[in-house]
Design a protein around this ligand. Structure first.
Ligand SMILES: Cc1cc2nc3c(=O)[nH]c(=O)nc-3n(C[C@H](O)[C@H](O)[C@H](O)COP(=O)(O)OP(=O)(O)OC[C@H]3O[C@@H](n4cnc5c(N)ncnc54)[C@H](O)[C@@H]3O)c2cc1C
Length: 305
């Protein structure tokens, strides 16, 4: 069993930033995580992180990781499956490890709901994107596809039309809301399903199955990018008896990144940051800012004794 003053769960932008802040303030901190970088490594190009005109997600994360390593923060690779309170300490249990800390920052993020077709992983960041808000500006005057259920697609189609030369909207069911199509080069496919992905270095085309008047059709469509708008999974079921979650499984926090017990009292010593929380605007700069805030508050808590 390892002991550290502060244990951070997750090494995405929020967790890495939290570690940098805590370590620089002289705190004995360790990270336990499934991977380094989280969703950010899926980003083809990041053009909204100050200080970099354009940088790939992998490169930005390798810089954050280098900073954390340089400070000597230990990183334990494991999936956390439970946290329990033991007096004024917390026992963080992974599949293989057990750590005890005086305070915990949960920065376990979220992950996109994938298509589940062959070669999907290969094209992530190379023509497949799970973040339209982040990556749409990279496809100005290009031909893009969007796939997902009506509720998650419609708000984005008009935005995509303003940027892309042509939009192929693959609805997983029927179109359920009104779409503003004026001046929009768009084709709508209902009951759409991606069957195959094609390309060499990047995604070049998709084979789509869809329905016209109840008859199934299969077509191959050339695309510069396919945006998968199927929502995200916040995997926090292991936390549900420990801290308060909202109806989407997001961790409810206050402005100091403090969490709450399921009964609604402040959970002293347990903080959360980034995409796993109920804070809006899921972006790297926001996750880093929240990670910094959680860390400053955790350090204040630890120093109070
Ligand atoms: C395709 C794509 C492109 C994007 N492009 C941009 C962009 O251009 N600009 C921008 O600002 N944002 C972008 N984003 C959003 C950005 O990546 C996220 O907002 C950011 O990564 C959130 O950081 P986070 O640390 O909160 O969570 P995450 O990045 O999700 O990291 C969570 C971490 O927690 C770990 N973890 C999860 N569960 C456990 C567990 N049980 N035990 C241990 N470890 C666990 C994961 O392994 C991971 O390391 C993009 C997202 C995607 C998917």
């Amino acid at each position: 069993m390892e002991f550290h003053d502060l244990i951070i769960i997750g090494a995405g932008p929020a967790g890495l930033t939290a570690a940098i802040f805590a370590k620089r303030m002289g705190i004995d901190v360790a990270i336990v995580t499934k991977d380094v970088g989280g969703q950010a490594v899926l980003a083809e190009k990041i053009e909204n992180y100050p200080g970099f005109m354009s940088i790939s997600g992998k490169e930005l994360i390798s810089k954050m990781y280098a900073q954390v390593s340089n400070l000597g923060v230990p990183i334990i690779f494991d999936e956390v499956i439970s946290i329990e309170e033991n007096g004024s300490k917390f026992v963080v249990e992974g599949k293989f490890c057990k750590l005890v800390g005086k305070a915990v920052i949960i920065a376990c993020g979220k992950s996109p709901k994938k298509l589940g077709v062959e070669r999907e992983e290969e094209f992530v960041g190379k023509g497949i994107s799970y973040c339209l808000l982040c990556d749409l500006p990279l496809f100005k005057d290009k031909e893009v596809g969007i796939i997902g259920p009506s509720t998650l697609m419609v708000p984005w189609i008009t935005e995509a039309c303003k940027v892309a030369a042509k939009v192929y909207a693959f609805f997983e069911g029927r179109v359920e809301e009104e779409i503003e199509t004026k001046g929009c080069h768009m084709e709508i496919y209902e009951n759409g399903k991606v069957r195959k992905l094609f390309g060499d270095e990047r995604l070049e085309s998709v084979e789509i199955e869809h329905e016209v008047d109840g008859v199934k059709k299969v077509e191959r469509i050339k695309l510069d990018c396919l945006f998968v708008q199927r929502g995200f999974i916040v995997e926090t079921s292991w936390l549900k008896n420990f801290i308060k979650l909202d109806e989407n499984g997001q961790i409810i926090i206050d402005e100091l990144c403090r969490t709450f017990s399921p009964e609604g009292n402040v959970k002293k010593g347990v903080f959360a940051a980034g995409d796993a929380t109920s804070i809006p605007f899921k972006q790297i700069i926001v996750a880093c800012g929240e990670g910094a805030k959680a860390s400053l508050e955790a350090v204040r808590y630890l120093k109070k004794g």
